[in-house]
Design a protein around this ligand. Structure first.
Ligand code: IPE
Ligand code: IPE
Ligand code: MG
Length: 246
């Protein structure tokens, strides 16, 4: 099934939640849920590319997830390495550009190196841009951008009064991307959990009880369908939009 292109989101962001509960329901360790989640990532990336979505941003590990038991953090980091090793060639073949966003300085240097290699390898691909958020927090992103701006002021490059939304946005992790049009969260919770706070100001939000390892193309279509039916008003009235369409 291919959906109507005119109402397709350019940028889809996903909070991939529910791996632990998926594993628990099967009397398996939490890491088995994370492992099962990789399959859903593959399906989602493939479907996003197939539908013509331009940017897909996946929340893989939050700034707050460092507070999980050491063993779980460790198994997640090991899984990122393994997934990179297994998936990057296929992503490259499919013309996907991979990019990691988040506080790299907090990650193991070996993993950071592999992230860099994968980014370099896929840098010139012209298909889907896949952002993977690791050690990422929306507040962290805003904070880093604010510090960069403050430094420019301190260095005399810009004046305080030159700071506007565009300048701040230009210092953020997704500066070169259109804002997410659609935010999907699996796993039943209806919260943002410190994901892209700045960028989702006007995103349509879609929640599903489906646990991340069970997410597939069919479920993704439901989200795209929901999006297609929304009138995005950006503060204007429905009448204004109707008039502008004529
Ligand atoms: C999401 O699944 C993956 C990460 C946050 C890394 P969870 O591990 O949060 O799964 P639940 O919410 O405990 O089921
Ligand atoms: C959000 O899931 C983070 C990721 C999916 C990476 P969490 O499971 O960490 O969120 P909370 O703690 O339930 O809000
Ligand atoms: Mg969770």
């Amino acid at each position: 099934m291919t959906l109507n292109q005119t109402s397709l989101p350019k940028h889809v962001a996903v909070i991939m939640d529910g791996n632990g509960r998926w594993a628990k329901a099967r009397q398996k360790p939490r890491r088995a849920g994370h492992r099962a989640g990789v399959k859903a990532v593959r399906a989602t990336v493939e479907e996003a590319a197939k539908q013509g979505v331009e940017v897909l941003t996946l929340f893989a590990f939050s700034s707050e997830n460092w507070a999980r038991p050491e063993e779980e953090v460790h198994s997640l980091m090991a899984l990122f390495l393994e997934a990179l090793r297994r998936e990057v060639d296929e992503l490259h073949r499919n013309n996907v550009r991979l990019r990691v966003i988040g506080a790299r300085e907090l990650l193991n240097p070996g993993l950071v190196k592999k992230f860099g290699d994968a980014e370099e390898k896929t840098a010139n691909n012209t298909g889907l841009l896949l952002n993977v958020a690791v050690a990422y927090g929306g507040r962290w992103d805003i904070l880093v951008a604010t510090k960069r701006i403050a430094r420019k002021v301190a260095d005399g490059e810009i004046e305080v009064d030159d700071i506007d939304e565009a300048r701040l946005a230009a210092e953020m992790q997704l500066a070169d991307c259109p804002e997410p049009d659609l935010l999907i969260r699996t796993g039943g919770e209806q919260r943002i959990s410190n994901f892209l706070l700045w960028n989702i100001a006007y995103a349509e939000l879609w929640f599903t009880d489906v646990l991340w390892p069970d997410f597939d193309a069919g479920e993704f279509h439901k989200a795209l369908q929901y999006f297609a039916e929304k009138q995005r008003r950006f503060g204007q009235t429905g009448e204004q939009l109707a008039a502008a369409e004529c």
